[in-house]
Ligand binder design. Structure first.
Ligand code: NAD
Length: 485
């Protein structure tokens, strides 16, 4: 056991939070973990005091000091004006990786997938979750999907390092780059680059739709899955549901500085204070915390005692099943049952043995600071709020293109409607009009040309709602070419 206790920040949360946290802190002590908890108040009470994100200054100070956060679920108040505490913490502290293991506990927990044992590593900060959304016209709203090279490198490397340190043999990437060639294409390209740095770990890639179908049908074929934020959000809920119980899931949110560990379920207000909540999700989150802070022995002892308790049929109400379970117990009794088995290992379920993995030195890890790709402005997409027929728009805009630019394409909801289109295509009031340099051999233009174009469009009575510059990188288009091109 490490002699110096590790300072951690603890939040007891709302609803069932306090009772499951009490059970878990008791078990951490019983497992021999050396911890120095600093308890903070977050959630409902703070929201009521007027903190719109449910967290105050002294809590931030504690998190910055300990850098390790064991968090019970909190209740997000209904109604406007409140911000999600989880999203606030994730973004403010740069918790870029959400790691969620999903393991079947057959035959003790009913599941169709008895050999399932996988981990989803979800990017946590980017993608459509950047929250950059606009209503642009009467009919059309838009969200920006942001994917960055540093963001991809961090999450993908985290997945491979996780696999290496946890003796996992394969990392699968899930993307939709047949459609989103630029954003998901970047994620996929970085995945292939980083996979080459880990020759001992297999890698494969899946288009997310068929990948998700295979996950739902044959989850045992996956080991570690790394994916973008939105797909990861959906896939990790599907995966944990396949194990038979959402209530048993723990997760970690990892950042460069601070990491947060929790159960995946919420605060379950209807069963709060009744001593019936299952503390297992938070307990497994706490096991991940112990591994993270290097207390591997305590992590193994706690996890194995818990597995032994489950296989002996000591179950809380949510997982109790006549014929399989033996004793239906409350939260406190379950914790005592785990404590009594401390030092035991499961006999049917596979035991765990967490070992310190040698950490790679930062210097060994290759980071791409910035590429030196040449970037040239070659055109602009102008989005117009306009009503009418595409041919009329094409004709009007062509005459306003000027000396340097030409109108090459108009699309509506991403479907090309000019110069060629189908009469059946539905049109909204949101038109993307692509202007490219007339000079194909030397396409580089300046901002003067694009600004002059906007002035001509405005003078002619067109309302532009958004413009996006089109760049070539090393002579290759850095934009999607649009349907039919
Ligand atoms: P929930 O996860 O709290 O409850 C869903 C169902 O699962 C309920 O039937 C509940 O009784 C049951 N359940 C959940 N955890 C259980 C446990 N440990 N033992 C036994 N049964 C359990 O989801 P919800 O009802 O949608 O949300 C309730 C509140 O929790 C909301 O305010 C929500 O915003 C919040 N929430 C917080 C977090 C978090 O802090 N990480 C996550 C999700 C939801």
């Amino acid at each position: 056991m490490p002699s110096n206790p590790t300072p951690i920040t603890v939040a007891h949360g709302d609803g069932i939070g306090p009772e499951i946290m009490e059970a878990v802190l008791f078990l951490l002590e019983e497992a021999g973990a050396a911890l120095e908890p600093d308890v903070i108040e977050i959630g409902e009470k703070k929201y009521r005091e007027g903190y719109t994100s449910g967290i105050g200054a002294e809590a931030w100070e504690s998190l910055r000091r300990t850098k390790v956060f064991l968090k019970a679920p909190i209740t997000t108040p209904q109604g406007g004006g409140y911000k999600s505490l989880n999203v606030t913490i994730r973004k403010a502290l740069g918790l870029y990786a959400n790691v969620r293991p999903s393991r079947a506990l057959h035959p003790y927990i009913r599941t169709h997938h008895k050999d399932m044992d996988l981990v989803i590593v979800r990017e946590n900060e980017e993608d459509l979750y950047a929250g950059i959304e606009y209503r642009q016209t009467d009919q059309v709203a838009e969200a920006l999907k942001l994917v960055t090279r540093p963001g991809c490198e961090k999450i993908i490397r985290h997945a491979f390092e996780y696999a290496r340190q946890n003796n996992r043999t394969k990392v699968s990437c899930m993307i939709k780059d047949n459609i989103m060639k630029v954003t998901d294409g970047l994620f996929h390209r970085v995945f292939k680059e980083i996979a080459e740095e880990y020759p001992g770990i297999q890698s494969d890639s899946w288009i997310v739709d068929i990948g998700a179908a295979r996950l739902a049908d044959t989850p045992e074929m996956f080991d570690v899955i790394v994916t973008l934020n939105l797909y990861g959000d959906i896939l990790s809920d599907i995966a944990v549901q396949l194990t038979g119980s959402v209530g048993l899931g723990g997760s970690s949110n990892v950042g460069d500085e601070v990491s947060m560990f929790e159960a995946i379920h919420g605060s379950a207000p209807p069963i709060a204070g009744k001593n019936i909540a299952n503390p297992s999700g938070l307990l497994l989150g706490a096991v991940m915390m112990l591994v993270h802070i290097g207390q591997h022995e305590a992590a193994s002892r706690l996890h194995n005692a818990w597995l032994r308790t489950i296989e002996e049929g000591v179950h809380t109400t949510d997982i109790f099943r006549a014929g399989v379970s033996k004793n239906e117990v409350g939260t406190r009794e379950f914790a005592r049952a785990v404590a009594e088995r401390m030092g035991e290992r499961p006999e049917v379920l596979r035991p765990v043995d967490y070992r310190p993995a040698e950490r790679r030195q930062h210097a060994e890890i290759r980071h791409t600071a910035r590429t030196t790709d040449r970037k040239d402005l070659v055109g602009m997409d102008v989005f117009l709020d306009w009503e009418g027929k595409p041919d009329r728009l094409g004709e009007a805009l062509s005459s306003l293109s000027g000396e340097a630019l030409k109108l090459v394409m108009i699309s509506n909801r991403g479907v090309m409607v000019w110069p060629s289109g189908f009469p059946e295509t539905f049109h909204t009031d949101h038109w993307r009009c692509r202007f490219l340099s007339k000079n194909e051999a030397e396409p580089v233009i300046g901002h003067a040309e694009t600004l002059a174009l906007l002035e001509r469009l405005t003078a002619a009575g067109f309302h532009f709602v958004q413009t996006i510059n089109l760049y070539n990188f090393e002579g290759k288009p850095g934009y999607s070419l649009g349907q039919g091109q």
